[in-house]
Design a protein around this ligand. Sequence first.
Ligand SMILES: Cc1cc2nc3c(=O)[nH]c(=O)nc-3n(C[C@H](O)[C@H](O)[C@H](O)COP(=O)(O)OP(=O)(O)OC[C@H]3O[C@@H](n4cnc5c(N)ncnc54)[C@H](O)[C@@H]3O)c2cc1C
Length: 306
Amino acid sequence: MRVTAIQQDLNQTLRGEAVLGESLADFTTWRVGGPAARLYKPADLDDVRCFLRTLPVGEPLFWLGLGSNVLISDQGFTGTVILTQGRLTDLVLTKEASIRVEAGVSCAKMARFCARNQLSGGEFWAGIPGTMGGALRMNAGCFDGETWDRVVSVETITRSGEIRHRYPSEFQVSYRTVDGLGVDEWFVAAHCRLTPGSQAESMEKIKALLARRAATQPTGEYNCGSVFRNPPHGFAAQLIEACGLKGQRIGGAVVSPKHANFIVNEAGQASARDIQALIQYVADEVYRKHQVQLHREVHFFGDGYV
Ligand SMILES: Cc1cc2nc3c(=O)[nH]c(=O)nc-3n(C[C@H](O)[C@H](O)[C@H](O)COP(=O)(O)OP(=O)(O)OC[C@H]3O[C@@H](n4cnc5c(N)ncnc54)[C@H](O)[C@@H]3O)c2cc1C
């Protein structure tokens, strides 16, 4: 009944694309996960606002970017997923050295846009295979930069479709985590400030960064980047490797022989259950051998997770 009501509204007033029962696996870099009861691909920001207003009170809702930091359960999700990848893609230079970027723009595109506009400081985004919305939520970063170091303000949307302008001082931003969003509030855009630079130098930096990643990470395989956050004063990968866990497998999930903090879905044969079991096994082994409790960077979502 609820589905019918939403469908009617979608057909009459909305411009995005709604799909029922679509598998979410293809929208994640791990390529696992069951179906979403409803998946909505908005046409643009105005369209998301309208869509949110059509949702019944209490409808479970999840925002998915490029799915490069989530483990979606095999059961999927009996709620609605808003998919931003390839949507919410406005990207403009607002004034000298400042950019407004919407949540669905890929981090790689943002990095190249900064470089083309002779702006330095955005190169690190080139190596992050997510959206800018996901990067805001995770405070994504690497080598010499983190997302929130460049943020001047953000635009968020609430479940009632209200757009808010908010500032970094209103959030608690730390290593790979950001608190301060309301329960029913999501990022739709960021205003970032960079520094004047040279296109050639930025492109060179991006090339070097991507080469370094290809040499040290299993970039050609299905994975989700670093599974665990680095503990204070150490590296998760070193602790895992010291336990002899490289190559450890459960079903189709394998601890990457190239980078111990990566778990790969070998030949696409793993289930979310395999990956979850391997994550737990690795954390338990590291605790048993080093007495260090690793914490997940990857978010779990879907039915069956608490
Ligand atoms: C090969 C590889 C390398 C990686 N290297 C790095 C790295 O160097 N540094 C790093 O930080 N990360 C890295 N990652 C992890 C990942 O790319 C980042 O965390 C990225 O920011 C996630 O963006 P996403 O769009 O894929 O988010 P998703 O995986 O789609 O979502 C992640 C979380 O963000 C939430 N979210 C998504 N969009 C929004 C929104 N608009 N508003 C509010 N919440 C939202 C989701 O609900 C979910 O909880 C890597 C991943 C891979 C696969």
